[in-house]
Structure formats: structure tokens, C-alpha cells
Write a protein that binds this ligand. Structure first.
Ligand code: 13P
Ligand code: SF4
Length: 397
């Protein structure tokens, strides 16, 4: 292995960090206060306390860590993965009393839906929501469906909902004959949906929907329309809805949506042989200018298989890119844009919150339990099971 000069530079901090965790909104994926008797972040024993609590819990607790989590947290994960792999791992953990989810709220909800009733799911910080999931509220989606009914297209439309959504939207999807997808199986879910109907209502990430439809299913941009939940009728005429094949919800990821086509041009000008690899939550113009596009797991596998000495600019969350840069010192791994920062809600889970959650469980106190009501869980599970039953999807490790 030939170490190359360390070219990784920290991007400038973003104002987004200041917005979250303030106020109360029980229906929101973010902005929820999470009061608790937290250990001080300066406590020098936090790492030792976390290991001790984890050891005391043994197999009673199964700790899942999404790849975008901080290093200080990910070291305690029994399994790491993207949202799909973690959902599968939670579903296959019948021996654990507690699932401690180091990720965001919608992932913990999916874990609750997929696990047995006597398994409890804990999210160490309730303020770890997701701004993308917040962009599709249940009443907005119900109103959108009424617009589709008024345009006479609801009967031929199949909802396909990204994993990054609330349980309520997943339940809507299950009840209306649709399926869930993740960034690693969006094409398969859409292929299935188009075998069931003529159109798809894709929620809530317009970019994943557009990128998959155009780049993997061979549709044109004209086949896609954007439904804006803040405008009457989505801002679309009945004729536009009737013509469209992909009805994309106007939602996006506040991290991936900020990469720009200019940042790809800039990095190519600076590093001539650079490979640009981005997540499909990035804007279509960014993906078009990139060399490769793929889910979080795909990015990890691509870099593991890349040639020693090769140069890569990565368009995904910063915790993961920093980790990949330190795991592959023989490759030149850079962050695609110098002004974009961490996912601030993923970063809510820090060592004090993890210690607090684990030590509470040791004392038989369950804090921050995530529960989905039975009716919502039933229909959300119908949609999740449709995804897991797709050929070649459920078997992925
Ligand atoms: P994946 O974990 O499916 O790659 O999704 C990325 C993401 O934004 C998770 O919040
Ligand atoms: Fe949500 Fe984007 Fe953060 Fe993932 S990275 S949790 S989609 S805001």
C-alpha cells in the first residue's frame, strides 16, 4: 500500500448547524427538544463508560450505526450500514431486547416496525430527525392524492416512498398499493411500480426519483413533473399530471442537495484525473457531471476496490468521507464541496447521548423509546415487505 499525501481538508462550517434541536414539534422529524440527565461532554471517562455499559448489557442491546454517524459513536456499533442494511439487520435481531439506533428518527421507526413487539427501539437523541422526511407531512400527502384523484390519475398511480420518510408516509404508501425504496434499490422498486401502474408518485426526494427515472429507467426529464405541496394542486394542471409518468415530490436532502455542478468543475480543474462519485440524493446536474453515482454502501465498496494512488472526490455526508479518507491512506480522497458540512441531525447523536442511553438501560430505564402505533405500523410494514420481497432485494447483506 503506497500512502499518498493527505489532501483531506475540512470544509467550512455551515449555518445549518445552528438551526436544529430548538423548539418543540411533535409531528416533525427535527426541532424536538431532548431533555435528559446527560453526562458532560468534557467527562474524560465517557469512552470507558460507554464500553462498560455496552459490556454490562451484552446481547440484551444491539447497537446499530449509520455510516453518517460520528467516529466517537460508530466505534460502539455492533453493525454499521446504510439505511437499508440497518433495517435488515434490525429485522434479523430476534435475540436483542433493545435496539439502540445511532441514526435518525425515521430509521428508528423502521426498526420498530420490523422488530418484534417485545423489542424496544431507542434513539439516543430525539432531536435526531431528518429534514427531508419533514418535507412530506401526512396531511400534505393526503391532499396531493386528492389532487391526483381530481385529475383522474390516482387509479393508475403507484406511490413509491424513499426509506427517508416518516412511518405515516410509509403507511400511506402501503395502503395505496405502493412500495418503499432505498438509494440502493430504487430502480428495482420503480420497475415493480411501473409493472403495477402507469405513473409513480415518488416521495419525498425529488432528486433520487429523477436520477433513477432518467439515468436508470431511460425516461426523459419531460416525463417528470414536480409536485409542490405548498401550492394548490401541487402547482400542476390536471393535464400536466395526466401527461407525466413520474410525479416527483418537492423534497430534498439538505446535505446532498447542496452539492453543485460548479463544485464538480472546480475539482476537475484542480485535480485532472479525479473520479467524482456522488450519492443519488444529489441534484441531477451534479450527477450528470459525475463519473459514478451510488448509495452509501456503493460508495464504500467502490473506494475499497479502487486502485492505490487513484484520486476521488466524494459527494456525500462528511463524517463518512472523513472516515473513508482515513481508512484508505493509499488513495487521495476529497470532499466534493468545501462549504458543505455534516448532516446536523445525524450529528445529534454524540457520545454523551449514547452513554446516557446505554447507562439508563443498564439501570432498567428505557429513555427515548421510538414506537409506531399499530395501525401505522401495519400499513408501513406492508409497504416495507413489498420492497423486501422484490427479487434480489431482500437477500443483500
Ligand atoms: P442511505 O443510507 O440509503 O445511503 O441514505 C443516505 C441518507 O441520507 C441517510 O440519511
Ligand atoms: Fe436526512 Fe439528508 Fe441527513 Fe440523511 S443526510 S438524515 S436524508 S438530512
Amino acid at each position: 500500500m503506497v500512502p499518498v499525501a493527505n489532501t483531506f481538508t475540512e470544509p467550512e462550517p455551515s449555518a445549518l448547524l445552528l438551526l436544529l434541536g430548538q423548539g418543540q414539534d411533535a409531528f416533525s422529524e427535527r426541532g424536538v427538544d431532548c431533555p435528559g440527565d446527560l453526562p458532560a461532554p468534557s467527562d474524560p471517562d465517557l469512552v470507558a463508560r460507554a464500553w462498560a455499559a455496552k459490556q454490562a448489557l451484552g446481547e440484551r442491546a444491539f447497537i446499530l450505526g449509520h455510516h453518517y454517524q460520528r467516529d466517537e459513536v460508530i466505534q460502539f456499533a455492533d453493525v454499521t450500514g446504510d439505511s437499508f442494511k440497518l433495517a435488515q439487520k434490525a429485522a434479523a435481531s430476534p435475540n436483542s431486547e433493545f435496539i439502540v439506533f445511532c441514526g435518525v428518527h425515521f430509521m428508528a421507526e423502521s426498526a420498530d416496525i420490523l422488530t418484534a413487539d417485545d423489542q424496544l427501539v431507542v434513539l439516543p437523541d430525539l432531536a435526531a430527525g431528518c429534514s427531508m422526511a419533514d418535507m412530506a407531512a401526512a396531511d400534505q400527502v393526503a391532499a396531493a392524492w386528492r389532487s391526483l384523484e381530481a385529475a383522474g390519475v390516482a387509479d393508475v398511480t403507484i406511490p413509491v416512498t424513499y426509506m427517508n420518510s416518516t412511518a405515516a408516509i410509509k403507511a400511506f404508501t402501503g395502503e395505496h398499493g405502493g412500495t418503499i425504496c432505498t438509494s440502493s434499490n430504487a430502480k428495482k422498486s420503480l420497475d415493480w411500480a411501473f409493472s403495477q401502474g402507469e405513473k409513480v408518485l415518488f416521495l419525498p426526494d425529488q432528486h433520487l426519483g429523477r436520477n433513477t427515472a432518467v439515468l436508470e429507467l431511460g425516461m426523459s426529464l419531460d416525463d417528470c413533473v414536480v409536485f409542490d405541496p405548498h401550492k394548490p394542486g401541487g402547482g400542476l394542471t390536471a393535464e400536466q399530471l395526466q401527461r407525466a409518468r413520474m410525479i416527483l415530490w418537492r423534497g430534498h436532502c439538505s446535505v446532498h442537495g447542496r452539492f453543485t455542478a460548479d463544485s464538480v468543475d472546480e475539482i476537475r480543474a484542480k485535480v485532472p484525473n479525479i473520479n467524482v462519485l456522488v450519492h443519488p440524493e444529489c441534484q441531477h446536474e451534479v450527477v450528470l457531471k459525475s463519473d459514478h453515482v451510488g448509495s452509501t454502501e456503493h460508495i464504500i465498496q467502490t473506494l475499497a476496490a479502487a486502485e492505490s494512488g487513484s484520486a476521488w472526490a466524494i459527494g456525500t455526508e462528511l463524517n463518512l468521507v472523513r472516515r473513508l479518507a482515513s481508512q484508505h491512506p493509499d488513495k487521495q480522497i476529497m470532499f466534493l464541496d468545501k462549504t458543505i458540512c455534516y448532516c446536523s441531525t445525524m450529528n445529534r447523536i454524540d457520545l454523551p447521548h449514547l452513554v446516557w442511553a446505554l447507562e439508563s438501560l443498564v439501570e432498567d430505564r428505557v429513555i427515548n423509546q421510538i414506537t409506531v402505533d399499530p395501525d401505522t405500523a401495519h400499513w408501513a410494514r406492508v409497504a416495507l415487505d413489498r420492497m423486501l420481497a422484490l427479487p434480489g432485494v431482500g437477500s443483500r447483506d
